[in-house]
Write a protein that binds this ligand. Sequence first.
Ligand code: GUN
Length: 289
Amino acid sequence: MTGVKIDGLEVAKSIRLQVKDIVNDLKAKGITPCLATVLVGDNQASATYVRNKHKACEDVGILTKDHTPTAEITQAGLNKLIEELNQDETVHGILVQLPLPSHLNEFITTTQILPEKDVDGLTPPNVGLLSIGKAVLVACTPSGIIEMCKYYNIELEGKNVVIINRSNLVGKPLYHLLLQNNATVTTCHSKTKDLKKICLNSDIVITGVGNRAIFKLTPDMIKEGAVVIDVATTRHDGKLSGDADYSEIIEKTSFASPVPGGVGPMTVAMLLKNTVTAAAISKGIDIKS
Ligand code: GUN
């Protein structure tokens, strides 16, 4: 069986069109959504991701504020910057690009962000709301994966889904979203025993290890007709690859997402959506999702 490509660029485009309409409605009400990004230090991959996020914002009419403190900034200095952005009424969303340099603490940093401006869905109140199915701002990659499934009518209810990732940005929020969609979810990680057996028993495999030296998802690890969603992005000689070789895995799947052109564009599209949602909420406006 050769599967259907889950085209993240196409799904992201449909989300961006929805966002553009919402931006126009908000502008007509005198609100221009604005995302502030904070990029600490000179991590080149992070700089590229942030540049892409700014470009995507501009394309739909969202303003951006770009903060690029050097790697020498202290935790107190970073907290102060976030506090200023919290107080700035023209800023609706705040994104601190991760990872941070090792002397800065990601939990302390992200916890400074006001929950209503937390477009990454990383603050404890938003994580708590997600766990009881009441979140408004949800981490972008997981919500993007759910949107991809909806777009391609990939049924989640009653399906066995394995997530090979347990990070705060991907695996954990995705677990909750899948559970809310009535899937039976298994979360795997580096200490999991019998990973291949779990994958072979799964209707949907969502993989995000990002290190080919320790893990590659190969066709012998999935059942015929499974759905494979590849969240990993590993750079080799300037080329992006996922945990699976798309051309190899697609032969055995019903649907599979490539890297690049799969989950990545969805993360950016959902960030735009979260930013307009945060802008609307800041003025008490209810937007349809
Ligand atoms: N680094 C990699 N992905 C993300 C993301 O979705 N948000 C933030 N803040 N940092 C990231």
